[in-house]
Design a protein around this ligand. Structure first.
Ligand code: PLP
Length: 410
């Protein structure tokens, strides 16, 4: 019999969302007639938009013809799409050959972990999107879990709290490390300013480290002063990789399409361009994003597609406003609940002083039949917080908020 991979065995418990599903399913089994509404998982709910559907359908039709059929494509993506991402989303601050199209940002994060391997220390915002930490444990760059429940060995957790405006103390960044940073942030909804990102770039460079900047939610930024990409910051080309996604802006969570940017200037200690190894890795263990998905992505980047993207992201931002408004009610105010995020991001982050995240999760499930995400599942500094996701049908969000307004927190 084969031995279990000890690195995977190092993961302390199930992934956050399966645990939520387990509790939800157990409650539903006991209360079969109850209507549970989820403000929990960051999965999109609204249908694909017409012009983008046309892009997908056009490619399906083409593949059904003798003349139009094509098989495997370039592993790094359609030339046309790489050029469009560079010109439309990055306004030319990155070059098309620095854009690597993929099946999504999460998959790219896993491959980036494979690229750097086990001999790298890791720093993350705390709380953070779970893949940064769990993937690092799986590859052997971190783990096992510390006995005192404060996270994994080998991971530097940089607390992002209300007190520091959800921007961490960067002096904690270890020398020669891989630093994950997400803005707009999942789960806190915080968006870093240009000045903050300039500080981040300077700290990462001073430590000889590499930044993995996750901009999966940049399409939700409405404040024009906030940066959409790390490459708006001078010096980032020498120290950063950006991962991003079509999932949330155009509802491609199931279609699957994302990209990474690896700038030509980014190098390893021995002078090898990181892009050289990234190309080698992508062409070896990845076989290219779906051609159908890529044509859908392409449609999203022309005038009609951009208008649809704006409308869709506006829809979720309005949901976030509705959630914020419910959480500002007297019942929450009296309990001292503080709310953050949700204006340039699809997540609202709420602090319930004196309560544990999972206790609030159970309270909202039992009393309101509303599923949320316990902040502690995103890292030690998420304790006492709850993440509310704006991905949901408007009617459901309104109904969930009406129930929340009646919740007794005394
Ligand atoms: N990055 C962050 C911060 C996310 O929250 C998510 C999904 O929830 C992803 C990446 C995943 O993106 P994709 O669907 O492109 O894999």
């Amino acid at each position: 019999m084969l031995k279990r991979n000890p690195r995977i065995a190092n993961l302390s418990s199930g992934y956050l969302f399966p645990e939520i599903s387990k509790r939800r399913a157990a409650w539903a089994k006991e209360h079969p007639s109850a209507k549970i509404i989820s403000l929990g998982i960051g999965n999109t709910t609204e249908p694909l938009t017409p012009h983008i559907v046309e892009g997908l359908q056009g490619e399906v039709a083409r593949l059904g013809t003798k003349e139009g059929y094509s098989g495997y494509g370039d592993e790094t993506g359609l030339t046309e799409l790489r050029a469009k991402i560079a010109s439309v989303l990055y306004k030319g601050i990155v070059k098309p050959e620095e854009v690597y199209v993929s099946d999504g940002a999460k998959c790219d994060i896993g491959r980036i972990q494979y690229l750097f391997g086990s001999n790298v220390s890791v720093a993350v915002q705390d709380p953070a999107y779970p893949v940064y930490v769990d993937g690092s444990v799986m590859i052997g760059a971190a783990g096992p879990a510390r006995a005192d429940g404060t996270g994994y060995e080998g991971i530097t957790y940089m607390p992002c709290t209300a007190a520091n405006g959800f921007f961490p103390d960067l002096s904690a960044i270890p020398q020669n490390s891989l630093v994950y940073f997400c803005s707009p942030n999942n789960p806190t909804g915080a968006v870093a300013t240009k000045a903050q990102l300039a500080e981040l770039v300077s700290a990462v460079r001073a430590k000889g480290s590499i930044l993995v900047f996750d901009s999966a939610y940049s399409a939700f930024i409405r404040d024009p002063s906030l940066p959409l990409s790390i490459f708006e910051i001078p010096g980032a080309r020498e120290c950063a990789i950006e991962v991003s996604s079509f999932s949330k802006p155009i509802g491609f969570t199931g279609v699957r399409l994302g990209w990474s940017i690896v700038p030509a200037e980014l190098r390893f200690e021995d002078g090898t361009p990181v892009g050289k190894d990234w190309t080698r890795l992508m062409t070896t263990i990845f076989n290219g994003a779906s051609n159908v998905a890529q044509k859908g992505g392409l449609a999203s980047l022309d005038e009609k597609g951009l208008a649809e993207t704006r409308e869709l992201t506006d829809y979720y931002l309005e949901n976030a406003r509705v959630i914020r408004s419910a959480l500002s009610g007297d019942n929450f105010k009296k309990a001292g609940v503080e709310i953050f995020g949700g204006d340039n991001a699809p997540y609202v982050w709420a602090r319930f002083p004196g309560r544990k995240s999972w206790d609030v999760f159970d309270l909202l499930l039992n009393s309101c039949q509303v599923v949320c995400t316990p902040g502690s599942g995103f890292g030690p500094a998420g304790e006492s917080f709850i993440r509310f996701s704006s991905f949901g049908h408007r009617a459901d969000v309104i109904e969930a908020c009406e129930r929340l307004s009646k919740l007794s927190l005394s």
